[in-house]
Design a protein around this ligand. Structure first.
Ligand code: NDP
Length: 499
């Protein structure tokens, strides 16, 4: 494809979506619908159904039946793997359609959407292997008359709640692992970005997934999402979103003690030591701040930098910030697209205003770039930031970086860990000892050394502290969706209790 040719024009009218239960589309009928406007163009792009609580009950019943009759969990791992591999091929076959929908609903650059959709297909391929690799354990050391087994069983019906920032990719970091474990699913995507999750249901059905194993209901989080976390027919909820709503999900799930996987927010440090390759580090820090317009849970939004190089590094960052291409996400050259909703836009600008009011020094950016249409915010850099200021502590979820200098290694680690979150951290140094010592001491579920926001499905993801609990992806990610059963087998005749 010629990179300079825009991939697609804007749609003339929004694409209508029903919802997907028991292997079939269900039309909205008399249900309310919501039209999604492209955040970058203000044109209607999709029309999404507001499912009712009865729709959710129906989807849960269908998923329960599909689990109970073992139409999926009873298959060999190899058969489940075959479906996941076909699903990966199905994703690749619809790459253009999925990428465009993702860009139109999220405002992210089309080149990024294409990368995420291709990456998602690769995750299904990885998880196909995991479906075959999942296994339990044996204890053959309990004496000649005893054999101990530990088996893994799928946990049951999983309610899957996903956010708007990486709708298709985050779905791929969950769905194939849940399916590899043998569970059935009722998914609820964010209401503003439901389209690609719905298309995925069709792709899975076409790949041979039995009816009722993957179902999608759409609607708002406070309505359908909340009902899902409370639902007694759901055995586990995988929730990805803010720490605040995660806490609500924890309380709501107590009714039937459902298991909860929580992937929540972050305020992730990027520690830059003076002996780092500063050009590499600056590029990584800028990428970690601005990727996905900063609407990224693992974005490195706190720069913890050695004081001796802080001034020079600040100049390097400002120069790189000024060269980022922000604009129309349908332009293949664009690096940073639009902000998802006007509420999110206001929240980011509010944080910037708060930083200015609190006395932080604005190095560059700081303003909205609103033209005739769409919402865009300049990549923004703050120095002279107090550690207690909101811009240094709260998750802004926009392209905003705060600089916090340090003098000693111990201080660097202390500042990095001075947060309620523990999702991710990046460490930049050429000194191996320092890198590994810092890696050991930072409290984060993911650590990058001399890189940031990278990885593949082999490595598990998840958070320390208030960034969540449980792990997704990798073999750990499949195991999360299983129950462990201990089996004690006596060989030969039993020693009788009653003499
Ligand atoms: P929210 O917590 O607002 O929403 C996340 C999901 O939960 C959406 O599907 C939303 O639906 C739904 N939801 C909203 N209210 C409820 C409720 N009461 N009960 C159940 N579900 C509900 O987060 P955002 O969508 O704003 O996403 C941004 C947040 O997600 C950031 O904090 C970010 O750090 C975090 N995140 C974490 C990731 C991780 O892996 N740790 C990855 C990506 C994001 P709807 O949108 O329809 O209202």
């Amino acid at each position: 494809m010629d990179k300079k040719t825009p991939l697609h024009a804007l749609p003339a009218s929004p694409r209508d979506f029903g919802f997907f239960v028991d292997g079939h589309w269900i039309e909205p009928g008399s249900r309310a619908t919501v039209v999604r406007l492209s955040p970058a163009h203000d044109v209607p792009v999709t029309c999404i159904t507001r499912c009712t609580k009865d729709d959710l009950d129906h989807a849960v019943t269908v998923a329960r039946e599909a689990f109970a009759d073992r139409r999926w969990s009873g298959l060999a791992g190899a058969d489940r793997a075959a479906v996941l591999l076909k699903a990966a091929a199905g994703i690749r076959g619809r790459l253009d359609e999925l990428s465009l929908l993702e860009t139109l609903e999220t405002g992210k650059p089309i080149s990024q959407s294409r990368g995420e959709v291709e990456g998602a297909a690769a995750i299904y391929e990885y998880a196909a292997g995991a479906a075959r690799a999942l296994h339990g354990d044996t204890f053959n050391n309990l004496g000649d008359r005893v054999l101990g087994l530990v088996t893994r069983e799928p946990i049951g019906v999983v309610g899957l709640i996903t956010p708007w920032n990486f709708p298709f990719f985050i779905l791929a970091e969950r769905v194939p692992f849940i399916l590899a474990a043998g569970c059935t699913i009722v998914a609820k995507p964010s209401e503003v970005t439901s389209a690609t999750t719905l298309v995925m249901a069709e792709i899975l059905a076409n790949a041979g997934l039995p009816d009722g194993v993957f179902n999608v209901v759409t609607g708002s989080g406070s309505d359908i999402g909340q009902a899902m976390t409370e639902h007694a027919g759901i055995d586990m909820v995988s929730f990805t979103g803010s720490t605040e709503v995660g806490r609500r999900a924890l309380l709501a799930s107590a009714g039937n003690f459902k298991k909860l996987g929580l992937e929540l927010g972050g305020k992730n440090p990027q520690i830059v030591f003076a002996d780092a390759d500063l050009d590499d580090a600056a590029d990584g820090v800028v990428f970690g701040t601005c990727f996905n317009a900063g609407q990224c849970c693992v974005g490195g939004s706190r720069l913890v930098v050695e004081r001796s190089i802080a001034a020079d590094f600040e100049k390097l960052l400002a120069e790189k910030f000024s060269r980022i291409r922000v604009g129309d996400p349908l332009d293949p050259e664009t690096q940073v697209g639009a902000i998802i909703t006007s509420a999110q836009n206001d929240s980011i600008l509010g944080h910037i205003a708060g930083g200015l009011k609190g006395g932080a020094r604005l190095v560059c950016g700081g303003e909205a770039m609103n033209g005739k249409v769409g919402r865009f915010i300049q990549p923004t850099l703050f120095a002279d930031v107090g550690r207690d200021m909101a811009i240094a502590r709260e998750e802004i979820f926009g392209p905003v970086l705060t600089i916090l200098p340090f003098d000693t290694f111990e201080e660097a680690v202390e500042i990095a860990n001075d947060t309620i979150y523990g999702l991710a951290a990046s460490i930049w140094t050429k000194n191996l000892d320092k890198a590994l010592q810092a890696m050991r001491l930072v409290q984060a579920g993911r650590v990058w050394i001399n890189t940031t926001i990278s990885g593949g499905p082999e490595l598990p993801i998840g958070g320390f502290k208030q960034s969540g609990s449980g792990r997704e992806t990798g073999i750990y990610g499949v195991e999360e969706y299983t129950e462990v059963k201990s089996v004690h087998i006596t060989l030969g005749k039993r020693d009788h209790w009653v003499s």
